[in-house]
Design a protein around this ligand. Sequence first.
Ligand SMILES: *[C@@H]1O[C@H](CO)[C@@H](O)[C@H](O)[C@H]1NC(C)=O
Ligand SMILES: *[C@@H]1O[C@H](CO)[C@@H](O)[C@H](O)[C@H]1NC(C)=O
Ligand SMILES: *[C@@H]1O[C@H](CO)[C@@H](O)[C@H](O)[C@H]1NC(C)=O
Length: 377
Amino acid sequence: MYLKTAVFSVILFTLQHVVRLIYFLGYHLHYYQHYPGPCQQFPEIEFGSGNFYTLPDGTTFITSGLDMNVFSRRFQLHYTSQGVEGAIYLTKLNGSHPEIALKKLDIIVDVAADKGGFNLETFHPHGISVWFDSIEGRYCLFVVNHPTRADDRIEKFLFDPDSLSLHHVKSYTDNKLRSLHDIQAIGVDSFYATNMLHEHRSRFFMLLELFSLMPWSSVILYSEETGFTEVVSGLMSATGIVMSKCGMFIYVMLSLGSQVLVYRRGEDNSLKLQQMFSLYTHPDNAVLDPITGDLFIGAHPIAHQYLNHVDNPARHKAASQVLHLRLTEGNITSVTELFYDDGTLISGSSAAVVYNKTLLVGSSVDKLVACEVNVPI
Ligand SMILES: *[C@@H]1O[C@H](CO)[C@@H](O)[C@H](O)[C@H]1NC(C)=O
Ligand SMILES: *[C@@H]1O[C@H](CO)[C@@H](O)[C@H](O)[C@H]1NC(C)=O
Ligand SMILES: *[C@@H]1O[C@H](CO)[C@@H](O)[C@H](O)[C@H]1NC(C)=O
């Protein structure tokens, strides 16, 4: 009798998990294409424009060349055969589309002085955040790095606007940093970062963690006073993290969780949950429009397409979607879909921003696209 009940419970549990997974993967979904105006690809970028950060004057930093140690062998082969390199690009969004100049920034490493062991050859940038150091009058860039066959870490650079170069100044490493995704700077030497997954080395255990839908994702705070501390835990695949224009609220995207969590920042940088907002899609990164304070999200509406695309980018395309979120006193009060593409123009959108009527859409491992915004937003 007990055995029968136990067996029945296990079967029921497995069945509900399988149904949940099929639902997550989105085999039942289909959407139709729409753009806010004419769009064009940037010829300079072929392999990734994973995340951006836009300054109040429209200057936008873009990370390119994503690779992670838990990615498939096929992905790694494609990466090396195409000669892909990790890079940070800069563009200035100023409403003069399509004449947006894109520049790959020079990265300068002082090998003798660099104690962190930063290696440009194994640099694979992902999440990015910029902080203006008002005392020194310069911009600091914080970038998530997935170095080849080494643990994930965060790099800090100083931006030199005259020579358009980045000077590497510091690396942050700690065993609390697992499979990192994104970062939000909150000072010249402090930030929040998201651990998308707990597993950070083995592809097998990463897939197991992903498909068993384990809530092992977290938000880590770093400051000089506290060191590395976990401020939020128990999340399901936290990806993007972004701060409101006023600095009081933090938004965390949950990719498999299909939600945005809104947190209020405490004096001690603790995070208090204020709103859970369902998105019915898989958000990747969010970028703040520094003028209006609105958020734009690059999302993966059809998860199975995205997983195939990242497994074998040369073969599989994935749908792209941009959402526009409006905020009232920190809370998300409305969402509009601004862009949808079946993967032909751009595959696997992972970030987006609108600045002065130009929409910029980035992707994990595909193109970068700019569109005119001719619809009211
Ligand atoms: C926009 O930027 C481009 C390239 O940097 C520049 O040539 C152009 O004059 C700028 N336009 C405006 C309206 O600022
Ligand atoms: C927005 O774009 C227009 C048209 O190119 C330009 O004249 C204007 O200065 C831009 N505004 C800002 C805030 O950059
Ligand atoms: C934000 O949303 C939460 C949850 O829906 C609600 O309890 C709270 O009152 C809202 N705050 C504001 C300022 O609207």
